[in-house]
Design a protein around this ligand. Structure first.
Ligand code: ADP
Length: 499
């Protein structure tokens, strides 16, 4: 018994020495053959598809080519085939008397007794260990339990080696990707110590060598944008301006209880393009204002010139309508550009109830004209935010304006102001036509009009909700819509409350 324990200990040592399965199993095989005083032995391993992936022979007395031919056969027939299908080991006391033993052509030595055991992992046979002897009755059923213990250890070691190899491969793939990416990648501890900086991040922070490891980020950079992003409880996305004038877009991912991964992408070319586009839009729309006013002036002049036929009056009405919708577009575009370029907002502490009342007062007559019931349903008092009252009134009026525009006559609109933790929720719900689910993600996009063909007669530029979204961003708030066709829509704006 103590001899068996000693053998198992030695085998366990051998298995722990190496992660190369072939080397590891060859040593185990040598020890086992010696212990059982067998003539020789072999270990076959199978892959995921039960094909033989490796055939380790204690004595290299079979050519690889012959071995693979035999292996092809033994898995469907013979003793190995029997162990594979039964998932258990057994002893052949005399090969001459056991039909499971098949002699293949030109076997270099005579085999009279055999003991074999499958290597199992999670109900699967992943290999087979076989010992042979040239004399009959050299193995007993009692030997099976020791062989089973050896096969069990080998199977665990094989699985560990496979998992280790897989993890290593994943790790080296990942580090190749991280090191070759153009984006700067920073991995930091929850205390903001540097764990990993890829070459792009080192270049960005102008750090050479591996001097950064485990250092607090505050020692590695003084960039206020970057340091602010890594503070707890701040938005996890934002722009980071570098000393060389370039702008990076940073997104921080928190891995629970572990590290923070910050990826920074250079967006300077897009910023420049955006700036050029905005300047162009501002200049262009600004210049359109004067000719538009002139068109409307001429329409008034034509009317003053004398009596018009019904048809002429109709044409002039068409011109005025077109000029008005162009004017709205110009004004919305100018407003959006102005808002997007705002770097500093004039802020004050605002009681949201005042904003709600002001917006309701603006929109009441439009609702009345369509006989729409407009009510402030649940209004939580005393909710205060830091912000710009003109812009916030504009945002809520815009929600109400849309609700009135798109809801048919005699519809209902409900406005609510609620509190949830440290956020104010302002929502406008109507019982209008609703919005198709495919359009929902797009309604806050510039120029997007969901039902352009149906709403042909509803004036609009597709910019109103983009303006609301920009106002929400300026206030660190959020906007979204919930809607179902024919069931109405609910637009919500949330704003952080003043503590
Ligand atoms: P618009 O000037 O066209 O109203 P918005 O940006 O304000 O532009 O809205 C974008 C689109 O979202 C609208 O064209 C409309 O299709 C849809 N929409 C907005 N509000 C509502 C609403 N209350 N009910 C149904 N559809 C709406």
């Amino acid at each position: 018994m103590s001899e068996e324990l000693a053998l198992l200990n030695r085998i366990s040592d051998e298995l722990n020495k190496d992660l190369d399965p072939d080397k590891m199993l060859r040593r185990v095989l040598n020890l086992t053959v010696a212990h059982f005083a067998a003539s020789t032995g072999s270990i076959m391993l199978f892959d995921q598809d039960d094909r033989v992936s490796s055939y380790i022979l204690q004595q290299e007395d079979l050519s690889r080519e012959r071995a693979s031919r035999i292996v092809g056969k033994v898995l469907t027939e013979g003793f190995a085939g029997w162990m594979f299908t039964h998932g258990q080991g057994d002893v052949i006391h005399d090969t001459h008397l056991d039909s499971r033993w098949v002699v293949y052509d030109k076997q270099p030595y005579d085999v009279r007794s055999v003991i074999g055991m499958p290597l199992r992992r999670r109900q699967r046979v992943i290999g087979i260990l076989t010992l042979v002897h040239d004399e009959a009755h050299r193995f007993t059923e009692q030997n099976l339990s020791l062989l089973n213990a050896i096969a069990g250890q080998a199977a665990i070691a094989l699985e560990n080696a496979r998992l280790f190899k897989q993890t290593e491969q994943e790790r080296s793939k990942l580090s190749a990707i991280i090191n070759s990416t153009q984006d700067a990648v920073l991995v930091t501890t929850p205390e903001n110590h540097a764990l990993l900086l890829n070459p792009a991040a080192q270049e960005m922070l102008q750090i050479e060598g591996r001097d950064w490891q485990d250092k607090p980020l505050t020692e590695l950079t003084k960039n206020p944008d970057l340091l602010k992003l890594l503070l707890p409880d701040v938005p996890t996305n934002g722009e980071v301006t570098l000393p060389n004038g370039r702008t990076m877009w940073a997104s921080v991912t928190h891995i629970p209880d572990l590290d923070k991964v910050t990826v920074l992408r250079d967006i300077s070319p897009y910023k420049e393009l955006d700036r050029m586009k905005r300047n162009f839009v501002v200049a262009f729309t600004h210049d359109l204002r004067t000719p538009l006013a002139t068109v409307k002036g001429y329409v008034d002049l034509v009317r003053m010139d004398g009596a018009l036929t019904e048809l002429q009056e109709e044409d002039l009405t068409g011109i005025v309508k077109a000029a008005n919708s162009m004017k709205s577009l110009v004004e919305d575009l100018l407003e959006l550009s102005r808002l997007e370029q705002l770097t500093e907002l004039i802020r004050e502490t605002i009681d949201l109830e005042d904003i709600i009342q002001a917006s309701l007062n603006y929109m009441r007559s439009a609702a009345k004209a369509k006989r729409i019931e407009l009510t402030a349903e649940e209004i939580t008092l005393g909710l205060r935010v830091e912000g710009n009252s003109v812009l916030l009134t504009r945002a809520i009026s815009n929600f109400l304006d849309n609700a009135i525009k798109y809801t048919p006559r005699q519809g209902k609109i409900r406005l609510k102001l609620l509190r949830n933790n440290n956020q104010a929720y302002i929502s406008v719900a109507d019982n209008g036509p609703g919005i198709a689910s495919k359009d929902l993600p797009r309604v806050f996009e510039k120029f997007f009009r969901a039902r352009a063909e149906v709403d042909e007669d509803v004036p609009g530029t597709g910019l109103g909700l983009s303006i609301v979204k920009t106002i929400a961003d300026q206030h660190h708030g959020q906007v979204w819509v919930e809607s179902q066709p024919n069931m109405g829509s609910t637009f919500t704006l949330t704003l952080p409350l003043v503590s």
